[in-house]
Design a protein around this ligand. Structure first.
Ligand code: SF4
Length: 199
């Protein structure tokens, strides 16, 4: 069972509480106007990884440097719900918490498969990105229509949690990566300098 991956950050503090392993899946059927990650829309294979391979990497990463949890973003995670349910179940069984970003609204996620996926999710950020509602004032959200849901009793309040607004990373190949929700000034200052933008 494989997942089409856009990118992975093994350590991030800007995509949920604490130190997190973050997966951006490849492929999004929603195609929101003003999306910051349109290169994630195509379903052409970018990196195809087995669920077991990703889970093993999460565990090895945790052994090297403690992870609090895993975040899955996109692209659209619910477009690959089947294999992601298997991964999410493993993540929860191993004691990590799970945060998901989706462009759907929670009320529309009603199929048995979608509900099974939601059963594994502690925090859900829902709703499409709307450029006319762009904001820098909401925790983990880039537009005002998006909502933060607490779906399990493991999900603790995030208002005072340790979450960076954004982070700039240099990878082993010297690529400059920005992740999180950078403010306009930062985006303008570094316009064109980032090799990869992961929002
Ligand atoms: S759901 Fe996310 S990745 Fe998909 S188009 Fe909307 S903002 Fe972009």
């Amino acid at each position: 069972m494989n997942i089409n991956i856009h990118n992975i950050l093994k350590h991030s503090t800007a995509n949920g509480p604490g130190n997190r392993y973050v997966i951006w899946v490849q492929g999004c059927s929603l195609k929101c106007e003003g999306c910051w990650n349109p290169e994630t829309w195509t379903t052409q294979i970018r990196q195809s990884k087995k669920v077991e391979e990703i889970f093993q990497d999460i565990q090895e990463t945790h052994q090297q440097n403690h992870l609090e949890g895993v975040t899955i973003s996109g692209g659209e995670p619910f477009d690959q719900a089947g294999p992601l349910i298997t991964l999410a179940e493993k993540i929860q069984q191993a004691g990590f918490n799970l945060l998901i970003f989706t462009g759907h609204v929670l009320e529309d996620l009603i199929t048995p498969e979608q509900k099974r996926f939601l059963n594994q999710v502690d925090w859900l950020i829902d709703g499409p990105f709307m450029s006319e509602q762009r904001t820098e004032d909401l925790l983990l959200r880039g537009s005002g229509n998006q909502r933060l849901h607490y779906l399990t009793n493991r999900a603790y309040p995030l208002e005072n949690a340790s979450i960076s607004d954004c982070e700039i990373l240099i990878d082993a190949n010297g690529k400059m990566i920005v992740s999180g929700i950078p403010n306009r000034e930062l985006v303008q200052l570094f316009r064109g300098d980032f090799d990869e933008c992961l929002y």
